[in-house]
Design a protein around this ligand. Structure first.
Ligand code: HEM
Length: 88
């Protein structure tokens, strides 16, 4: 990831947990998935399970092969600020 990236805290991420305002962190990057919700092949309800959270593990459990970086490249909000060595 290059360029200037906003640092998003887990607290800020947690506030965007609605269908009309849906953020999700995957692999250390925070995405605004609001527009993607209605396109998700697994349905809105499934995608909503990870909204407002670091959904990396959940995402990888369901479909680690899906290229979210490409699908969501226009939806980047910033990077997830982590504490210590907790990671993606
Ligand atoms: C499919 C869940 C996030 C893209 C699915 C399916 C489930 C699911 C259960 C299977 C649907 C079926 O086969 O009937 C979830 C959960 C997520 C999540 C729980 C996070 C909380 C995402 C994200 C993306 C994505 C962020 C892309 C940006 C896809 C795609 C498929 C899919 C492309 C079809 C995969 C295939 O058929 O191989 N998802 N999803 N998902 N999801 Fe997600």
């Amino acid at each position: 990831t290059g360029g200037v990236m906003l640092n998003i805290t887990p607290e800020e991420l947690a506030q965007h947990n609605k269908e009309t305002d849906a953020w999700m962190a995957i692999g250390g990057i925070v995405y605004n998935v609001t527009e993607y919700l209605s396109f998700h092949p697994g349905g809105e309800e499934e995608l909503m399970r990870g909204v407002g959270t670091d959904a990396t593990k959940l995402f990888n459990t369901v479909h680690s092969w899906v290229n979210y970086q490409s699908l969501l490249k226009s939806c980047i909000v910033g990077r997830l600020k982590t504490i210590g060595n907790s990671t993606i």
